[in-house]
Ligand binder design. Structure first.
Ligand code: B4P
Length: 194
């Protein structure tokens, strides 16, 4: 099994690049953002609670997202590997993920972070907000709050994987195809190292 985390601030292109990576490498794509938005669309109790937090640009509680990921890993027992997109977002989530994978006798092969300037991120998210209907993308104040949460809680997750020598940064500005090429090379370096 080869498992990858695609990391980066909101709007850095994790969702965009994940689709291309899973196509190329045959991995199962696990996006906590997508899973939560599906819960919201299905109007489940979990979705209604999550929506209140997501609309304010805050994180959903760790135990909720860890439970969702646990279920998904269980439901894909025969996967060749997983691509985690938007997860883990806190050190507690990273520690829980490491334990879940250990139970499956596997681990994270590599974390790749997309590096994008804050001005570019705001431009991308406001543009997506014009068409996506995502309430967390339409208001610049909420977008800035998402960056603040990222800096306070999420950026430390990179340290967790740096300590394990699994971290690599890739430039996330430029064309989608050029960025994908950088990611492909980083993944191939990581998969041959394990
Ligand atoms: P997510 O759904 O994870 O999404 P995101 O951070 O907004 O965006 P992403 O980086 O995937 O960007 P995308 O490719 O779409 O999170 C949403 C919310 O869910 C969080 O704020 C939080 O509340 C909650 N949540 C999710 N996971 C959680 C967790 N683990 N714990 C707690 N809470 C959690 O790209 C953005 C835009 O840029 C798109 O419009 C795209 O077309 C454009 N774009 C992409 N690449 C580009 C490029 N190269 N050039 C120009 N534009 C580009």
């Amino acid at each position: 099994m080869f498992n990858i985390i695609l990391f980066g601030p909101p709007g850095s292109g994790k969702g965009t690049q994940s689709e291309k990576i899973v196509d190329k490498f045959g991995l199962v794509h696990l996006s906590t953002g997508n899973l939560l938005r599906q819960e919201i669309a299905d109007k489940t109790a979990l979705g209604l609670e999550a929506k209140k937090l997501m609309d304010r640009g805050q994180l959903v509680p760790d135990e909720v997202v860890i439970g969702m990921i646990d279920n998904c890993i269980e439901n894909h027992a025969d996967a060749k590997g997983f691509l985690f997109d938007g997860f883990p977002r806190t050190v507690a989530q990273a520690e829980a993920l490491d334990k879940l994978l250990e139970l499956k006798k596997t681990s994270i092969g590599k974390m790749i972070a997309l590096e994008v300037s804050e001005d570019e991120l705001v431009t991308r998210l406001l543009k997506r907000g014009e068409t996506s209907g995502r309430s967390d993308d339409t208001n610049e104040e909420i977008i800035r709050n998402r960056f603040a949460v990222y800096k306070k809680d999420t950026s430390q997750v990179a340290e967790h994987y740096k300590e394990q020598n699994k971290f690599e940064m890739v430039k996330g500005e430029g064309s989608v195809d050029d960025i994908f090429e950088l990611l492909r090379q980083a993944i191939e370096r990581g998969s041959s190292a394990t």
